[in-house]
Design a protein around this ligand. Structure first.
Ligand SMILES: [Zn+2]
Length: 84
């Protein structure tokens, strides 16, 4: 995985794939990609799998409210009907 150095937009790519850019940076980045910057396009392809892995990791660490409620409900149910 070769990440381009010394290119301002390339440094924004990790945050871009995570959707973590400021709105102005997001617009700027999208405009830059639409111009067809080959270096950013290549790096973007390298960053997508990383972003996917991070998203999974974040989901595992911090479950959504509905998932948490479901897990709690199932846990309480199994406690009530458990062998003890
Ligand atoms: Zn670029």
């Amino acid at each position: 995985m070769a990440i381009t150095r010394g290119h301002a937009h390339a440094e924004l790519l990790p945050a871009f794939v995570l959707g973590a850019l400021d709105p102005e940076e997001q617009v700027d980045m999208e405009a830059h990609l639409k111009l067809g910057c080959e270096a950013c396009r290549r790096d973007l392809e390298a960053w997508w799998p990383v972003a996917g892995a991070l998203a999974l990791l974040a989901a595992a660490v911090r479950p959504t409210a509905s998932l948490r409620a479901t897990v709690l409900a199932v846990t309480l149910q199994s406690d009530a009907s458990g062998p003890s």
